[in-house]
Design a protein around this ligand. Sequence first.
Ligand SMILES: C[S@@+](CC[C@H](N)C(=O)[O-])C[C@H]1O[C@@H](n2cnc3c(N)ncnc32)[C@H](O)[C@@H]1O
Length: 185
Amino acid sequence: MLRPLEMAHQFLAEVITKEDVVVDATMGNGHDTAFLAQLAGQVYAFDIQEQALVNTQERLEKLGLQHVRLILDGHQHVDQYVETLKAAIFNLGYLPSADKSVITLPATTIEAMEKICARLEKGGRMAIMIYYGHEGGDIERDAVLDFVSQLPQKDYTATIYRTLNQVNQPPFLVMIEKLESYRHG
Ligand SMILES: C[S@@+](CC[C@H](N)C(=O)[O-])C[C@H]1O[C@@H](n2cnc3c(N)ncnc32)[C@H](O)[C@@H]1O
C-alpha cells in the first residue's frame, strides 16, 4: 500500500507534463521540489526560510535539475509569481532539521490554497500533506479540512487518504482535482 507522501507524488505525476508550470508551496529541504522538477517544465518553490533555498539549491545541483525558481517568500503570495498552474504540493508543519518554531499557519495556508485553486488549470491537481502532531497543528488541520470540504462539487473533487490504525498522529493526505467538466454522481 502506498504511504501518503508516495500517494501524493503519484497523484500529481499522473497529470504533470514537460509543458506544465507547477508549485512546491513548502520547499523545505527540496525533496518535493526535486520530484516536481523531474516532471514539469517550470517549478516555482516557496519557503520563508533562507536555509530552505540553500538546501534545495544544493539538492537540485546534485541531481542536475533545472527550470526551478526558488522564492524566498510566503506561499500566500503565490499570485505575485504564478498566473496558472497544473499542480501544487504542500507539506504542512515544520522542517524537522531546522527551527521547529517556524511552522505553516492556518491563515496563510488557506490564503495560498484559495489562490492556487483559482489559478489551477482544469484537470490540475493539488496535494496537501497534513502533519498535525505539533502545537497548533490540529487547528491548521481543521482549517484545511473545513476549506476543502466547502469547495464546490461542480468544480472540484476533494479526497482524503489516511491510515486508520496507526498511533502517534500520522500525517495524512488531502487531494484536490479541478474538474474538466461537471460529473454527476
Ligand atoms: C514540512 S516542511 C516542508 C518539507 C519539504 N517539502 C521537503 O521536501 O523537505 C514545511 C516548510 O514550510 C515552510 N513554511 C512555513 N510557512 C511558510 C509560508 N507561509 N510559505 C512558504 N513556506 C512556508 C517552513 O519554513 C518549512 O520549511
